[in-house]
Design a protein around this ligand. Structure first.
Ligand code: MG
Length: 333
């Protein structure tokens, strides 16, 4: 009889656990929705600096998002310091600054821009000072930033496929000519030879293997999100049977701490604005910043509600334009 009672109790317990597991995500999302919303009117009174992600917040595929250049101007006139931090490794600080200016974002300084390319160059320079050459999967912005810290990047010459590797006798290449492997998003002329070489070099675990960022996708402005830097990193890591030593880009806490130190920010008086929960929101939260998810890029309200706690934003708005419109309308004039 005792065994029978135990079996009944176990069955009921298992059913309860299974039901709880089934309903937990829905209950959690509804509870979160109750405390998620627009920032309170007094928020900007307590904010000195706004750290803006770029893709999906300021622009999408080379076009400024409607009303956002004016919003950034209004926030600046309201006395807020604006910093621009992007996980894009295709941009150098200089090219990002030029792009923002060309899109109508006035008063942007190169010194107020950080890209994952510049962060990667800074990281290599600080942590691996012996590195003089790096094999790169990435665009010109990454190569330019590496050059500024004295690192010669190879890779752009590799534009072929398997036959190019055979013709070059790559398998016979002498070791030691590459000190590190750096992988980020490459959109143009990405080919098998470049990915294969990066993977082959990364298989030697004595070489640092650096990921500029791990973003899965980005809002390309073509109706669907497209593969981002993390997709290139995954290719190389999978083939090399090795994870990157470090992800330099958001949500790296080290990058967040560097940002705080570099610009003397008080995290409690800083607002991180982004369109991705697992990079921008997690990045801001890692050092105690307030976080605002804008729905003008990658992630949706459902993504925020159903994601892990460390990626849950303090506030959600449709666009950065809404922050300025609601909180500093006098400055928007
Ligand atoms: Mg973004």
């Amino acid at each position: 009889m005792r065994e029978f009672s135990f079996l009944i109790a176990s069955a009921v317990g298992s059913a309860a656990v299974a039901a709880a597991a089934r309903w937990f995500p829905t209950v959690r999302a509804r509870l979160r929705a109750l405390r998620l919303g627009a920032p309170p009117p007094s928020l900007l009174d307590r904010i000195d600096a706004i750290v803006c992600d770029c893709d999906g917040v300021l622009f999408a595929h080379g076009t400024a998002l409607p009303g956002v250049p004016e919003a950034v101007g209004a926030l600046r006139r309201a006395g807020k310091r604006l910093l621009f931090v992007t996980n894009s490794a295709t941009q150098s600080r200089r090219s990002l600054c030029a792009k923002l200016s060309a899109l109508g974002y006035g008063g942007v300084l190169e010194a107020d821009c950080i890209t994952s390319a510049s962060a990667t160059a800074g990281y290599l320079h600080a942590h691996y000072p012996h590195v003089r050459t790096a094999y790169c999967v990435g665009e010109q912005g990454l190569l330019d930033e590496l050059a500024l810290v004295g690192i010669r990047a190879s890779g752009p010459a590799d534009t072929g496929g398997m036959q190019a590797l055979v013709d070059e006798r790559f398998a016979d290449a002498p070791p030691g000519e590459v000190d590190a492997v750096v992988v980020g998003l490459q959109m143009e002329r990405l080919c098998y030879a470049r990915l294969a070489k990066a993977s082959a070099y990364a298989r030697d675990r004595s070489r640092p293997f650096i990921a500029t960022n791990l973003d899965e996708n980005w809002p390309a402005g073509v109706g669907v999100v497209l593969p981002a830097g993390g997709a290139c990193v995954r290719f190389v890591a999978y083939a090399a049977e090795r994870a990157p030593d470090v992800n330099v880009g958001k949500p790296s806490r080290e990058l967040a701490r560097l940002l705080v130190r570099l610009y003397a920010l008080d995290p409690r008086r800083t607002l991180m604005v982004g369109d991705r929960c697992n990079t921008d929101v997690a990045f801001g939260r890692s050092v105690g910043m307030r976080t605002l998810l804008v729905l003008s890029g990658c992630h949706t309200l459902a993504d925020a509600l159903n994601g892990p706690a460390e990626c849950f934003p303090d506030f959600v708005l449709p666009s950065l334009d809404d922050l300025a419109a609601h909180h500093c309308p006098q400055a928007a004039a």
